[in-house]
Design a protein around this ligand. Structure first.
Ligand SMILES: C[S@@+](CC[C@H](N)C(=O)[O-])C[C@H]1O[C@@H](n2cnc3c(N)ncnc32)[C@H](O)[C@@H]1O
Length: 254
């Protein structure tokens, strides 16, 4: 499965169900997983890799939890855990969600009180009530302006879970990953309010030294963190930049 795949488990229950508080508990999940571990038989026509993926989905406590809580993706818990650690989302916030499909992070932002969420993805998404969701290639010229219009003002928070569909060709994939992280970061520098925050998924080698230097110059704090919901075997981690400082207009902008 490629990095850009949605590890979702949507059951279409959308916003109907209420949020449960607290992260998934490790001990309880391990016990439950041991008790109920589901094995998938290799059926005719099902590749071994698909069997492993299905088995992992069926036995993943975050997938079960997403279904129970009405989140469209297990990825929702990555943002929940990031928010619990770094206190990113506050009531009334204006948020841009890059790489939003199928909508898990958008749901988290709204449930945690954001009043305005504008999201973008290559893939079409089912509506999330309260959000504006655009189907666009974020790297295409003009996409940033369209998203800015949908945002309707400066953002308090820009979150990016953008992940490219991988080709298997290492050098190409690396370039795509870097391009997405950079596009997200430059958008954040353009739209954030003073004091705002930027959160982005990065992969090993995904944030270049140059980009990190730029972020460190423009945010009070820049940290990396891999939340428990991010699979150990995944090369992804998250960059959290808080305390945005707009460029001094006398010394050139972005
Ligand atoms: C891991 S998924 C996002 C999951 C989402 N945060 C959630 O919780 O439901 C990554 C998304 O990035 C999107 N993506 C990749 N490249 C993109 C691009 N150039 N423009 C817009 N979206 C892109 C993919 O289509 C994919 O849906």
């Amino acid at each position: 499965m490629s990095a850009g795949s949605n590890d979702g488990s949507g059951d279409g229950s959308g916003e109907r169900r209420r949020r449960r508080s607290g992260p998934v508990t490790k001990g309880g999940d391990a016990r439950a997983a041991k008790q109920f571990h589901t094995k998938v038989k290799t059926a005719r026509g099902r590749k071994y890799s698909s069997k492993l993926w299905l088995e992992r989905q069926l036995n993943d406590p975050y997938v079960a939890r997403a279904k129970q809580d009405g989140y469209r993706s297990r990825a929702a818990y990555k943002l929940i855990e990031l928010d619990e650690k770094f206190h990113l989302i506050k009531p009334g916030m204006r948020v841009a969600d890059l790489g939003a499909a199928p909508g898990g992070w958008t749901q988290v932002c709204l449930r945690r009180g954001a009043s305005h969420v504008a999201g973008v993805d290559l893939l079409e998404m089912e509506d999330v009530p309260g959000a504006i969701l655009l189907t666009l290639d974020f790297t295409e010229p003009g996409a940033d302006e369209t998203l800015k219009e949908a945002l309707g003002g400066q953002a308090d928070l820009v979150v990016s879970d953008l992940a490219p569909w991988t080709t298997g060709h290492k050098a190409t994939d690396h370039l795509r990953i870097v391009a997405l992280v950079e596009a997200g970061a430059h958008f954040a520098l353009d739209v954030l309010k003073p004091g705002g925050a930027f959160v982005a998924k990065v992969f090993q080698g995904g944030a270049t030294g140059e980009l990190l230097d730029l972020l460190k110059a423009r945010f009070e704090k820049v940290r990396h963190y891999k939340p428990p919901a991010s699979r150990q075997e995944s090369a992804e981690t998250f960059l959290i930049a808080q305390g945005f400082r707009p460029a001094d207009p006398d010394h050139g902008g972005d």
